[in-house]
Design a protein around this ligand. Structure first.
Ligand code: ZN
Length: 441
């Protein structure tokens, strides 16, 4: 008999969906973890035999798959959840969100809101998230403490933020974050420019250059509303996508949130420049911005991930729910139930997201050598019995509350639906206290 495998942990007790292309689910499968990475994937019986005395995380009757990847959010906005609903985007931003942020968002409240966002997302199976907000150093520190993987940026916008007075200061703060977190195992620092209409051309270019210099993603809101498209056409004579391409800002580093109003020419540009798109179906519906032509984007070869956007326009960070909604939405809009089949949807929520964030060689599938970011989703409830097709169950039947265990880089951060890294009661209490000082007008 050969020597016992030197693994740190074995996740067993369910059907493994590796999310690698053209692979079948592994019934009674297991995933072995060593040094935070996936060491082996295969039948549980075989792997248990190779490491009979190892630490075993029993998933019970679960689906074992890569954690979800949320490609667009403003995490601390959890504190503004439900503060202003039923309004159009510009009125919502200018009349409610921006004033509330100016008055109430500071380093401490950003910490609290980010803790709340980490708690909510980890419990819902999101192992990698994305943040485009303020106090990026604080956000990064919180997420690292929570054991969550993230792409984090300090936002650049053409007016003072709760942190910075000028765009020069914002760019300098972005550079500080890029330096501080450039080799961090969980945090990928990035840059973010709010939108083509709210950041001047020279700053958009400066941000893209910074992203290039540090080889990191550049987040931006793009082609979100018809208002934006009309404004850019009027002022620049170009669509938002063409404007960025023209400036030299569009690239494989771009993580473009929304792309709701894009023409066939815009889709060609997104494909040509290999830009990624973060699709945020719930936020787009709630603000009535429109519906992104996702089937056309995919058909055109655009890289696509899913995002929740901030909790003020969703109003949760439940990517599983949003994946389900996206699957239904695009079938209904296309009048074709064959568009976005379940497996494709699940790919967008995992490896698709990893691709647009530039992390596809590290996460997104359960593959030997990749980082061990794994979720176990229970399929033992009445709403998941029986099970013919696990991909269908993940997309059409499972709920966030079914997420039983969550592992990030080999560490168990949620065990039996209990957070291991954050004090949930304290965070929820403080969030309620915050709201006492900020009553909706
Ligand atoms: Zn957003």
């Amino acid at each position: 008999m050969s020597e016992e495998a030197n693994w740190d942990k074995l996740v067993v007790g369910g059907t493994v969906l590796t999310m690698e292309p053209d692979t079948e689910p592994i019934k009674n499968g297991a995933v072995a973890i060593a040094d935070g990475r996936i060491a082996a994937v295969g039948p549980a019986e075989e792997l248990l035999e190779m490491a009979p005395s190892g630490d075993v995380l029993n998933a019970g009757n679960c689906l074992i798959l890569p954690g979800f990847v949320n490609t667009h959010s403003h995490l601390a906005m959890t504190l503004l959840r439900g503060i202003a609903d039923d309004l159009p985007l510009m009125q919502w931003l200018e009349g409610n969100i921006w004033p509330a942020e100016k008055e109430h968002m500071n380093r401490e409240t950003v910490r609290l809101g980010t803790e709340l966002a980490a708690a909510e997302q980890l419990l819902a199976g999101v192992t990698t998230t994305t943040d485009m907000y303020f106090f990026g150093d604080e956000v990064s520190a919180v997420l690292a403490e929570a054991g969550m993987r993230a792409v984090v940026a300090e936002s650049l916008i053409g007016f003072p933020t709760p942190r910075c007075a000028t765009t020069e200061e914002m760019l300098a703060t972005q550079r500080d974050l890029l330096e501080a977190y450039k080799d961090h195992p969980l945090i990928t620092p990035s840059v973010a420019a709010h939108a083509p209409y709210s950041v001047q051309a020279s700053d958009l270019v400066a941000d893209a250059e910074l992203a290039e210099e540090y080889e990191v993603p550049m987040q931006i809101h793009l082609a979100e509303t018809t208002w934006e498209v009309e404004k850019l056409l009027e002022e620049k004579g170009l669509s938002p996508v063409a404007y960025l391409a023209n400036l030299g800002v569009l690239s494989e580093r771009t993580v473009a949130a929304h792309c709701v109003h894009v023409s066939p020419e815009d889709i060609e540009l997104l494909t040509e420049f290999e830009a990624g798109v973060a699709h945020n179906p719930v936020s787009n519906l709630k603000l009535a911005s429109g519906i992104s032509p996702v089937p056309a984007l995919l058909e055109g070869g655009v890289k696509l991930g899913l995002g929740t956007d901030g909790a003020a326009s969703n109003n949760t960070l439940d990517l599983l729910r949003d994946m389900q909604l996206a699957a239904l939405l695009h079938k209904g809009v296309a009048g074709d139930p064959t568009v976005l089949p379940a497996r494709t949807m699940l790919e967008l929520a995992t490896i698709g997201g990893a691709q647009i964030l530039g992390l596809a060689d590290r996460i997104g599938t359960l593959t030997e050598g990749r980082e061990a970011d794994i979720i176990c989703v229970a399929v033992d409830g009445p709403h998941t019995a029986p099970m013919y097709d696990p991909f269908s169950h993940m997309v059409f039947a499972a709920r966030a509350a079914d997420v039983r265990h969550v592992v990030v880089q080999g560490a168990v951060v949620v065990r039996n639906r209990e957070l291991q890294t954050l004090d949930r009661e304290r965070i929820e209490r403080q969030a309620r206290e915050f709201s006492e000082n900020l009553r909706p007008s």
